[in-house]
Ligand binder design. Structure first.
Ligand code: SF4
Length: 187
């Protein structure tokens, strides 16, 4: 069974894609975009290792509340083996799949394993974060160069019109604060 190196999991969120989603931030990204908000997810030796089986089991324990999985990070496609197994299992179980990547769709298509991952993906959001193109007017993305690529019939461009950007703030029992979602928090 394959594994993924992960920085964080939010078991149910409505700010990282369509509907209620199980969301995974993978650990490790070599792309190094200027202005990246997740620099703590660059180090490919950080985070914790999870088996794909344990992730699927955890999803199944969410009481049927989950529409699908969203994987972001970090760079999901730099852990292609684990990612492929994860998205395959998700599809078998009827979950939708949304993936974010700092690479371009066309680059991914050239590599068989990554192309196979895309065959199990409903929506890919591609392209690096570009500080000079910073823009929070569209859902879930931080810069205007990033593209929504609909790879199945499940979702479409018109579904995006219903969605507004929002932030979720979680406070742990120990007092730690975690913010996810997208929006201009400097305003
Ligand atoms: S691809 Fe994502 S995680 Fe990687 S540097 Fe760019 S914004 Fe950060």
């Amino acid at each position: 069974m394959k594994e993924l190196r992960i920085n964080r999991i939010v078991r149910q969120t409505r700010t990282e894609g369509f509907g209620n989603r199980y969301c995974i931030w993978v650990q490790g990204c070599s792309i190094r975009c200027k202005g990246c908000a997740n620099r703590e997810m660059w180090d490919e030796t950080g985070g914790e290792i999870y088996s794909v089986a344990s992730l699927i089991e955890d999803m199944e324990q969410q009481g049927g509340q989950i529409e699908g999985i969203t994987v972001l990070g970090g760079e999901p496609f730099e852990q292609s083996g684990g990612l492929l197994e994860l998205v395959k299992c998700c599809k078998e179980k009827g979950y939708t799949v949304i993936l974010f990547t700092g690479f371009f769709y066309e680059q991914l298509l050239k590599q068989p394993e990554k192309r196979e991952i895309l065959s199990y993906t409903d929506l890919l959001i591609d392209g690096p974060y570009m500080e000079d193109k910073r823009d929070f007017t569209r859902p879930w993305v931080g810069s205007s160069n990033q593209k929504y690529i609909f790879l199945s019939e499940r979702y479409s461009e018109k579904d995006l019109k219903e969605i507004k950007n929002k932030l979720e703030i979680r406070i742990s029992k120990e007092g730690g604060v975690w913010v996810n979602g997208m929006g201009n928090i400097n305003k």
